[in-house]
Design a protein around this ligand. Structure first.
Ligand code: GDP
Length: 460
């Protein structure tokens, strides 16, 4: 390790990465907004920082928000980094070395609505990736007769309700706890848990009033602290490693990649290796860009140049040759070891995600590598064969490919979170190729299955 970077000592823990999952409309976005909002209100020093694709809430702000619930002295983590795009789509997209990029997760469940299909899907993903999580039982303010006590720990708020009101919430919470138990998790209201080792903490919250948000942050810090310490030897000064969130054209910079840097440090002029659509890219960092503070006020310059950034953070990297970069692919800084080793590592990681295809089957397109994999897994589970699987919008050549399928039921393109190029749409109509698009995996599978049933009915 080089001496010049002694600002962070070896063994320093990096900022844990938090993802938010849950069914549509259960309040993921509102909860993230509330976390950011509380942090902005409490952090007078302007301490929360916007990153590319993520928001960092430093420990001092967490402890201000959490008040008496937290003793900042007992933590040696720098804070929490929240991934800005909620949903399991972004979660599965964001991988790191074969696992989930998020260290911990919040599963948001609407107390009135309980477990729904995307809650199930999220649970499955959390299980598969062995990601520690907490459950935010959201929208408690909608329980009829609920009286908010915004600044108190949610346990006090809960206990201050009338018996009738508390009973209603209890019923909903026990249903949640029952569902979690059906999925093999033991859980309880977080203040009743002795430890979080094998137990999921359930935190009643309201993204509307902010009740329970301090508790949520506290529990997350505790969870992160235990898992970061136990499982992760993190060297924030080592060569950077990250995942491409998005590939974007940026005025003045050409093609850039938005990256979540989950490990190590990246510097201007570093050589990096990036997973590409066709070939692995080796290039040199021209500029590292952070959003300007208050970027929402349309300043002329949206980005601020920095010379060096350490994990975990979101960063925009400007470099030549990035046109072919692939969302969801790994990014690695080449430092202290041979270039070829790094290339091999990136390619091995990409091979791990590669989807198996067959001679006969449907064509699948998705916006990122991770979502492509998630969709392919869902199709495999439903025993639907895949002929081609690629990252990118639906293009005319995908339609041509689909027309080569022998079976009527396979002349289909399933697109997850992608656009259909204009000439592809026309072509599909001419050639009798069905296009299915959605940003919900199970909906794509369902719609395809309905289509197959309709064809089979016709043929009878
Ligand atoms: P997402 O799809 O999971 O991101 O859900 P949103 O955050 O967009 O929320 C869906 C709807 O529920 C919006 O109309 C929100 O205003 C509302 N909502 C979210 N959280 C709460 C809450 O705690 N209380 C109430 N009353 N409404 C909420």
């Amino acid at each position: 390790m080089s001496q010049e970077h002694s600002a962070s000592e070896p063994g320093d823990l990096r900022t844990p990465i938090v993802a938010v999952l849950g069914h549509v409309d259960h309040g993921k976005t509102s909860l993230l907004d509330k976390v950011r909002g509380s942090a902005v209100i409490e952090g007078e020093a302007g301490a929360i920082t916007q990153h590319i694709g993520a928001t960092a809430v430093p420990l001092d702000v967490v402890s201000e928000v959490a008040g008496s619930l937290i003793d900042p002295e007992s933590f040696d983590l720098p804070g929490l980094l929240f991934i800005d795009t909620p949903g399991h789509h972004s979660f599965t997209t964001l991988r790191s070395r074969g696992g989930a990029l998020a260290d911990i997760a919040i599963l948001v469940v609407d107390v009135n609505d309980g477990f729904q299909p995307q809650t199930e899907e999220a649970i499955r993903i959390l299980q598969d990736t062995q990601t520690p999580f907490v459950v935010a039982a959201n929208k408690i303010d909608t329980i009829p007769g609920w009286r908010p006590h915004e600044d108190a720990p949610v346990q006090e708020t809960y206990e201050a309700q009338s018996d009738r009101v508390r009973q209603q919430l209890d019923e909903a919470l026990y249903e949640l706890i029952g569902e979690l138990s059906d999925h093999g998790f033991s859980s309880d209201l977080y203040w009743r848990l002795q430890n979080f080792q094998n137990n999921i903490g359930v935190i009643p919250v309201s993204a509307e009033t902010g009740e329970g948000v301090p508790d949520l942050l506290t529990v997350l810090m505790g969870l992160a602290q235990r898992y970061m310490k136990e499982d992760m030897e993190v060297d924030v000064t080592g060569p950077g490693a990250g995942t491409v969130l998005e590939v974007k054209e940026e005025q003045g910079f050409g093609t850039t990649v938005d990256v979540i840097l989950y490990d190590g440090t990246v510097r201007e002029d570093d050589t990096i290796v990036v997973g590409g659509m066709n070939e692995t890219i080796v290039t040199e960092v021209r500029a590292l860009l952070k959003p300007q503070p208050l970027a929402e006020i349309r300043t002329e310059k949206r980005f601020e140049n920095v010379e060096e950034l350490s994990a975990a953070t979101g960063v925009k990297i400007a470099a030549p040759e990035l046109d072919d970069a692939m969302a969801g692919a790994p990014v690695r800084v080449v430092r202290d070891r041979p270039l070829q080793d790094v290339i091999d590592e990136v390619e091995a990681e990409l091979a791990e995600i590669a989807v198996e295809t067959e001679e006969e089957g449907v064509v699948v397109k998705a916006d990122t590598l991770g979502s492509l994999e998630a969709l392919a897994n869902a199709l495999e589970e439903a025993e639907i064969p895949i002929m081609r699987a690629e990252v990118g919008d639906i293009a005319p050549r995908d339609v041509s490919m689909a027309t080569t399928a022998d079976e009527d039921t396979h002349r289909c393109i399933l697109g997850f979170n992608v656009d259909v190029l204009a000439d592809a749409e026309q072509r599909a109509e001419q050639d009798g190729v069905e296009l299915f698009e959605s940003d919900v995996i199970y909906q794509l599978v369902e719609r395809y299955e309905e289509h197959v049933e309709a064809i089979e009915r016709q043929q009878k």
